[in-house]
Design a protein around this ligand. Structure first.
Ligand SMILES: Nc1nc2c(ncn2[C@@H]2O[C@H](COP(=O)(O)OP(=O)(O)OP(=O)(O)O)[C@@H](O)[C@H]2O)c(=O)[nH]1
Ligand SMILES: [Mg+2]
Length: 270
């Protein structure tokens, strides 16, 4: 299985994002905490170069908090910082506002000296389905951006004034051409950052079981009564086709769905 997904709309989105960069003070870089290192996208690193960056480890409710506590501190430096979040929780927005203002402090102070209250502008970027629009809505306090549990929901840049002298730009999820590291590509597919239609679900589920077994064998075993193959899982779940054969496709779907909904456990695959 070779995974690759870089449709025209992503290329276009990246060039439109670049055109708007000059008015951006902070880039909010949303990572999926289940695959945080795999959510780093070279195209977005290029885009954010030279800007203040706030890294968001999002979906912490589905991820391994201990592992994130090890990884996240690497994402703090002179002009960048991080925050660990569940964007679906009310109150998440306030934590972000504080960090945003801190990262834009130099600009705020410069204008304050002239007696002017300046607007902080942030662009929210990240791989598809990482929770950018959910985060934007949380900050707005209402659902202004469309969200959905699949890759590629947001189609174009959308600037929103969220009050308190902050403007946000929600952007479409973007990847990069030629996902050379297929280990990374698989992890992005596990969390639904790659459109499901371009991936072989049965193969993907097999790879997902392997990846979980390696680091979270106990959780896997608990979920599926010690089974760690699609056949075994189909058996234990009683998934059968009309002829009585095991329904492997259904088992594959079930494993992917269980993982994405956090039913196997709180898992971080890096
Ligand atoms: N459990 C959990 N789900 C979340 C969190 N943040 C977002 N989601 C869910 O993740 C899915 C994707 O969210 P979106 O906000 O549409 O993601 P996006 O990054 O805007 O996606 P694209 O526009 O396709 O790039 C939705 O089903 C959200 O409800 C979170 O912190 N925890
Ligand atoms: Mg979106």
């Amino acid at each position: 299985m070779k995974i690759n997904w870089f449709p025209g709309h992503m290329k276009k989105a990246l060039s439109e994002m670049r055109l708007q960069l000059n008015k951006v003070d902070v880039v909010i870089y949303v990572l999926d905490a289940r695959v945080p290192l795999s959510s780093i996208n070279p195209s977005l690193n290029n885009l954010a170069a030279g800007k203040s960056i706030l890294y968001v480890f999002n979906k912490i409710d589905l991820a391994d908090e201990k592992r994130i506590a090890e990884i996240a501190p690497r994402f703090k430096g002179d002009n960048y910082d991080y925050i660990i979040l569940n964007s679906t929780m009310s109150g998440a927005g306030n934590k972000i506002r504080q960090k945003l203002n801190a990262l834009a402090q130099a600009k705020i102070d410069k204008y304050a000296k002239k007696g002017v209250k300046t607007t902080v502008r942030a662009m929210v970027v990240g791989v598809p389905n990482s929770g950018k629009s959910t985060l934007v809505n949380n900050l707005c306090g209402k659902a202004k951006a469309i969200t959905g549990n699949k890759a590629g929901v947001t189609k174009s840049n959308q600037w929103l004034n969220i009050g308190g002298c902050v403007e946000l730009c929600d952007t479409p999820g973007t990847l990069y051409p030629n996902l050379a590291d297929q280990e990374v590509a698989k992890k992005l597919a596990f969390v639904g950052s790659i459109k499901d239609e371009v991936v072989d679900e049965t193969e993907l589920a097999g790879e997902l079981i392997k990846a979980i077994k390696e680091k979270y064998g106990k959780e896997l075993s608990l979920r599926y009564n010690g089974r760690d193959t699609l056949e075994g899982i189909a058996e234990v779940r009683g998934f059968k086709l009309s002829g009585g054969e095991l329904d492997i496709d259904r088992a594959a779907y079930a494993v992917i769905d269980d993982f994405r909904k956090g039913r196997i456990g709180k898992i971080t695959l890096d």
